[in-house]
Design a protein around this ligand. Structure first.
Ligand SMILES: [Fe+2]
Ligand SMILES: [Fe+2]
Length: 143
């Protein structure tokens, strides 16, 4: 299964948030790893395999919520001018995961395209919206 790796040029210049982003990549990789080869064609996963997928999904959602809240709290505290855009983007992603978990619970299906979406979205969000707060937070002493 394809994996996603954090790279130095993804840095947002706030070490704790870089650590969170690395953990989020790991959580996406864990979800990839939980899906057995051929799962999307056959949908014949065992209960054990489904539990592993469910657990990886739950962890991804929990960690995503944890990270988004940490960023939102820090940005709000310093009255970041683009806070609303961050919040909206976070809520969009969180909802995508919640809906995918509901779909998985109902149908037992998980689309590989959805994992590709998670990966792509996260990288784009970090590179565009998160990196926009780097200088702002650094100027407030958050490094
Ligand atoms: Fe982030
Ligand atoms: Fe963010």
């Amino acid at each position: 299964m394809p994996t996603v790796h954090w790279r130095n040029d993804y840095t947002v210049k706030v070490s704790i948030f870089d650590d969170h982003h690395k953990a989020l990549f790991d959580a996406i990789n864990r979800l990839y790893d939980a899906i057995p080869e051929g799962y999307d064609q056959e949908n014949a996963a065992s209960v054990v395999e489904k539990n592993a997928i469910q657990q990886s999904f739950d962890f991804l959602l929990q960690y995503t919520e944890y990270h988004f809240k940490a960023e939102e709290d820090e940005l709000k505290k310093h009255e970041y001018p683009h806070y609303a855009e961050q919040k909206k983007s976070h809520d969009f992603f969180k909802n995508k995961i919640i809906v995918a978990i509901e779909d998985f619970q109902n149908s037992g299906e998980i689309e590989i395209e959805f994992l590709e979406f998670l990966k792509r979205w996260l990288i784009d969000h970090i590179l565009v919206l998160d990196r926009r707060y780097s200088n702002f937070l650094n100027s407030k002493g958050t490094i």
